[in-house]
Write a protein that binds this ligand. Structure first.
Ligand code: ADE
Length: 231
């Protein structure tokens, strides 16, 4: 999959994309991520990307032309436009969820626009954007952190990105359940022990315990996940 990120702060994106699973996925793996400086698509000497809003009001609005040109640039060479999404990161969008990530993970190409300030000129939405995505009901200073969350959560679902596919299948939400508690060595630390069953060597009993713990934790913390499928 190809992902293009467009931002006036490309430096906010570069380093996180190099680390861990995301870094490895791009290093000969199934993911290619390109980061674009929106200012490169401005045509004036000062590379301006924002202006005060028509009609007055506080703050600045991001101009349409650099976004239009950036999207055109990113889409060059796309063979099947029906398998490309152009995302706008905005608190007005559809809330990011496991299901939305699954939908996006089977596309060929994601172009992710990261606006700043008060938002973008509405014509960017009308012409360039196919989907709007929100991280939740709060406001960030810009779309970059939200875009990184999308890249990470979607990349994990692309076959070959996470070494052990079972660990993705076990993730909280993959099966509408939260993961239960996990332990590792030492067996006792500052008086806190590990449940005996995990050290019993009885794999059947361990599996049953995990299912039970996962259910309990989901009931306690996110009971609506169990109701969702009538469980
Ligand atoms: N930009 C600003 N706030 C945001 C949010 N909650 N989700 C996605 N993009 C944003």
């Amino acid at each position: 999959m190809l992902m293009d990120l467009v931002s006036i702060f490309p430096q906010m994106l570069d380093e996180p994309l190099k680390a861990g699973v995301l870094g490895r996925a791009q290093d000969g793996g199934p993911l290619q991520v390109r980061v674009h400086d929106l200012r490169d698509f401005a045509r004036d000497r000062h590379r301006v990307t924002d202006e005060p809003p028509y009609g007055g009001g506080p703050g600045m609005v991001m101009k349409p032309e650099p976004f239009f040109r950036a999207v055109e640039h990113c889409l060059e060479g796309d063979r099947d436009p029906s398998r490309t999404r152009v995302l706008l990161m905005t608190p007005q969008g559809r809330k990011l969820s496991h299901r939305l990530c699954q939908e996006m993970s089977i596309e060929d190409h994601l172009v992710i626009l990261c606006p700043r300030y008060e938002g973008v000129d509405e014509r960017v939405r009308q012409w360039a954007v196919t989907h709007e995505v929100s991280l939740g009901d709060f406001v960030l200073s810009g779309g970059e952190i939200a875009a990184l969350a999308v890249v990470d959560a979607v990349a994990r679902l692309i076959p070959g990105v996470v070494g052990d596919p079972e660990s993705v299948a076990d993730d909280s939400f993959a099966g509408d359940r939260l993961e239960g508690p996990q332990y590792t060595r030492p067996r006792e630390y500052r008086g806190l022990g590990v449940p005996d069953i995990l050290c019993s060597g009885d794999h059947g009993a361990v599996d049953r315990w995990r299912v039970c713990q996962s259910r309990k934790r989901t009931e306690m913390r996110r009971p609506e996940l169990l109701c969702r499928r009538g469980r």
